[in-house]
Ligand binder design. Structure first.
Ligand code: SPD
Length: 390
């Protein structure tokens, strides 16, 4: 907190100095009385007149109490809504006038939104805590957002296969676990056995096709329709074994609707914690990506037509405090790329190899990327045909 106050004070002094440099007082034509002393630099960040902030994020993706803490400190009322996948967010942004001031796209998906002018640049001079971000991590995001102009990291994780260990072992009936975890959900030899306890997939083309393409040996973000045909053929073979397409994966896992699932690392860990809290005996585990886990980096962005841009910057700065990055890791099981958070992250979280990956597992990750608008219809058609079982 002291650090934060210090950082804000330094920023305030810096901004005041910049202001003086940029707007020198013109020399008076006639002698005038001494000017009154300059008003003291404001204690906090600049805010919009209307004390409102509209945020659009994924479900189960913010520590409890974080919004209330921001509202109380800044006197801003936050309207917080959620979307289920990048496609839903994209449709909202493309339609325009979304009413949101901060949205949380996945970096790879945001590329076409940046290219399409849907976001405004971030004013880094208004974010005193920007320096908390790990430069190596920012360099990764710069691959889709050159110079990190529009995207500020929220959290990252990987899409992988998760299992209910006891149920899967039972359903496999002595058959050893595959070396490549994706076999459980993509290879009929395994999926046909897991059908009885239930297989769940995330419900979105941009979640399933990259891992399916990777599984059939093609680039996860291929732009070649022939690759989609191959992935579609592979998916068709396991369609009958997929019990549900889920937009509420944490609940679906925790309530036992599925024993093997394509899900997000942190959410699978949240479901595991929930089962333990409820006194359940089964172990829920995200499997380490031996056959490649798909990295995602979710980011904050300000839509071009946002009405509360100053409030949005104040929230981004607040979120980038080390203490808030630590809360995201400790409570939501997602690291954030905030190096100032590391000191406050619990040892059990730092020691969880599915949250902070070993160098070997990191090397196996499938890098972040995105599909172009040109391949969008092939992507959607392949997914919809699979889902319909056609
Ligand atoms: N609990 C919500 C987690 C959000 C994950 N976003 C994943 C995007 C992957 N494409």
């Amino acid at each position: 907190m002291k650090k934060q106050v210090l950082a804000l004070a330094i920023a305030a002094v810096f901004l005041a100095a910049c202001g003086k440099k940029e707007e020198p007082a013109p020399a008076p034509a006639t002698p005038v009385a001494a000017a009154p002393a300059a008003p003291a630099a404001p204690a906090g960040p600049m805010l919009d007149d209307e004390k409102t902030l509209n945020i659009y994020n994924w479900p189960d993706y913010i520590p409890e109490g974080m919004i209330a803490a921001f509202e109380q400190e800044f006197g801003i009322k936050v309207n917080y809504n959620t979307f289920e996948n990048n496609e839903a967010l994209h449709a909202k942004l493309v339609a325009g006038n979304s009413g949101y001031d901060i949205v949380i796209p996945t970096a790879g998906f945001a590329k076409k939104q940046i290219d399409g002018g849907l976001y405004q640049p971030i004013d880094k001079s208004k974010i005193a805590n920007y320096g908390n971000l790990d430069p190596d991590f920012m360099a990764k995001i710069a691959g889709v957002d050159p110079e990190n102009k529009h995207l500020v990291p929220w959290a990252w994780g990987f899409t992988t296969v998760g299992i209910n260990k006891q149920k899967v072992e039972k359903a496999l009936g002595g058959m050893p676990m595959p070396e490549n975890a994706w076999d459980l959900v993509f290879k009929p030899e395994y999926s046909s056995k897991l059908r009885s306890c239930g297989i769940a997939y995330l419900d979105s083309p941009s979640e399933i096709l990259p891992v399916a393409l990777h599984y059939v040996g093609k680039p996860a973000y291929s732009e070649d329709p022939a690759d989609f045909k191959l992935a579609g053929e592979m998916l068709a073979k396991v369609r009958k074994d997929v019990r549900l397409f889920s937009s509420t994966m944490i609940d679906d896992i925790a309530s036992g609707k599925a024993c093997a699932f394509v899900g997000w690392s942190g959410d699978i860990n949240i479901a595991a914690d929930r089962v333990k809290e409820m006194g359940g005996k089964d172990e829920i585990v995200p499997l380490l990506p031996t056959g490649g886990g798909l990295v995602f980096i979710d980011t904050m962005a300000i839509p071009k037509d946002a009405k509360h841009v100053l409030n949005a910057h104040a929230f981004i700065d607040f979120y980038l405090r080390g203490s808030n990055g630590a809360l995201m890791a400790n409570e939501m099981n997602y690291p954030t790329g905030n190096k100032a958070a590391l000191a406050d992250i619990k040892d059990e979280i730092k020691g969880n190899a599915t949250i902070f990956l070993s160098p070997e597992d990191t090397a196996r990750l499938i890098p972040t990327g995105g599909f172009s608008n040109e391949i969008a219809s092939t992507l959607n058609d392949t997914y919809n045909a699979f889902k319909r079982g056609k």
